[in-house]
Design a protein around this ligand. Structure first.
Ligand code: UDP
Ligand code: MG
Length: 191
């Protein structure tokens, strides 16, 4: 496994949820040939598969808390090994410093860069409440908890990568088409 590039999406201020990670990942896949791995989607699939950790994962996600690293990393590793592509976008991971350090030491992979989607809390909340994807965590109580977890835990990851000069910040509060123009400017030189 020799992934060329890993991109992790997180946002500033009040939280990653609703910043448009999934939407922009789909655009990047289409234009730049990456494989999109959403940590949240992998965990949702694992929860629904009826595996031994399924109920625990489901409960943790409905509370908006971070699932143990070991579980998420195993799912990401498996997905990378099963795929022949060497360019991956990892979406919504790592969510805290422990996730990050464990992923890097277990897989030996470091991201080439990190895209940071900067969006206001009001706008993220509005998007989450109108997207209707049937998710157990898209209700106002869990959304507030997810914002809190983001500020308390996920921003540390951004600070870490920032200190390594790896963070590329995108203004994600605009309509999706405009946001993608900014994303393209980041990917075009390295394609
Ligand atoms: N989650 C987690 N670890 C991860 C990614 C997701 O524990 O690496 C859990 C966490 O409970 C989170 C939920 O899955 O609140 C939904 O994550 P997802 O990335 O799908 O949603 P987003 O917050 O980006 O809308
Ligand atoms: Mg998502």
């Amino acid at each position: 496994m020799t992934p060329h590039l890993i991109v992790s999406y997180l946002t500033s201020r009040a939280g990653g949820p609703g910043s448009g990670k999934g939407t922009q990942c789909a655009n990047i896949v289409e234009h730049f040939g990456y494989t999109h791995l959403s940590a949240g989607d992998l965990l949702r699939a694992e929860a629904q598969s009826g595996s031994k950790n399924g109920t625990m994962i489901e409960n943790m996600m409905s509370e908006g808390v971070i699932v143990p690293s070991e579980i998420t990393i195993k799912l990401l590793e498996k997905a990378m090994l099963e795929n022949e592509n060497d360019k991956f976008l990892i979406d919504g991971f790592p969510r805290n410093e422990e996730n990050r350090a464990a992923f890097e030491s277990i897989t030996g992979i470091e991201p080439e860069f990190v895209l940071f989607f900067d969006c206001s809390e009001e706008e993220m909340e509005r998007r989450l409440l109108t997207r209707n994807q049937g998710r157990v965590d898209d209700n106002i109580d869990t959304i507030r908890k997810r914002f809190k977890v983001f500020l308390e835990s996920s921003l540390d990851v951004i600070n870490y990568y920032n200190s390594k000069g790896k963070v590329k910040k995108i203004d994600a509060g605009k309509p999706a088409g405009e946001v993608f123009e900014a994303v393209k400017a980041v990917f075009a030189p390295i394609r």
